[in-house]
Ligand binder design. Structure first.
Ligand code: NDP
Length: 250
């Protein structure tokens, strides 16, 4: 099915690994020109660049730490120079840690908020001059924020914050035809999952698979499917929403 995405321009944050990489590659395969960013140099950067080159299109993989406001401004400046507009923004980059709440330092609280909330806010704010009628902004949330998870109070707080941000921006920018939605993910198999020892992997797949209606974990490509829909005209009346990509987890 042709979603008529060819030639659209997208920014996906944190696209070198995990869910973001799946989204970047799926969009590129659909003919979208993609800019993505990462925080740390790694082998994932070069391998993504190679894959994107093979796919074809006008793609750019740039270093920009979203927890640094001037780097976010620099990133969006480059996007503006290269594309002149954006049809899709995906706030995917996310930081996480597992710390007992009583021991959570204000520095660690600030570190997670800086990427997950302030970073997403600054990406959207700096992208505004490039967004127009029909543009779509997608933020990646987590079912963990509905469920509540011990040791992740700071992380879940950030994912809940994205929901409020999303709903307000949908109302503020709806009159300009810009849509805002949150994809609420269940447990997704990324490189981190595949790098686990076999017994841990099995345990995790069984434990979380059993909590889902579909009886399994999700894949980055399955998250990308929802992003493709939100990027397309098929979702033109969908805004201010949270859409679960979670296999029916509860
Ligand atoms: P990964 O840790 O595998 O990848 C995160 C990506 O974001 C990397 O490319 C990383 O770059 C980048 N990144 C992180 N911090 C920054 C920053 N400050 N500036 C720029 N780039 C940054 O994450 P996942 O793929 O697992 O998760 C992606 C999103 O999905 C996150 O928002 C996460 O909270 C959410 N999510 C994931 C779930 C899962 O099961 N995987 C479940 C629910 C939600 P680098 O390589 O340089 O570190």
């Amino acid at each position: 099915m042709d979603l008529e995405l060819r030639g659209k321009k997208a920014l996906i944050t944190g696209g070198t690994r995990g869910v973001g990489r799946g989204i970047v590659l799926a969009l590129a395969r659909a003919g979208v020109d993609v800019v993505t960013c990462y925080q740390n140099d790694s082998e994932h950067v070069g391998s993504l660049e190679r894959e994107l080159k093979e796919t074809g299109g006008d793609h750019h993989v740039l270093r920009a730490d979203l927890s640094q406001p001037e780097e976010v401004a620099g990133l969006l400046g480059k996007v503006g120079e290269r594309y002149g507009r954006l049809d899709l923004v995906v706030n995917n980059a996310g930081a996480i840690s597992h710390i007992p709440y009583a021991e959570l330092s204000v520095e660690e609280w600030g570190r997670i908020l800086a990427t997950n909330v302030t970073g997403a806010h600054l990406v959207i704010q700096n992208a505004l001059p490039l967004l127009g009628e029909g543009s779509s902004v997608v933020s990646i949330g987590s079912r963990a924020s509905d469920a509540g998870v011990p040791l992740r109070a700071h992380y879940t707080a950030t994912k809940s914050a994205l929901v409020g941000l999303n709903r307000s921006l949908a109302k503020e920018f709806g009159p300009q035809g810009i849509r805002f939605n949150v994809l609420v993910l269940g447990v997704i198999e990324t490189e981190k999952f595949h790098a686990m020892p076999e017994d841990q992997k099995k345990l995790m797949a069984e434990r979380y698979g059993a909590k889902t209606a579909l009886g399994r974990l999700g894949t980055p490509d399955e998250v990308a499917g929802a992003v493709l829909w939100l990027a397309s005209d098929l979702s033109r009346y969908v805004t201010g929403n949270q859409i679960g990509v979670d296999g029916g987890i509860s």
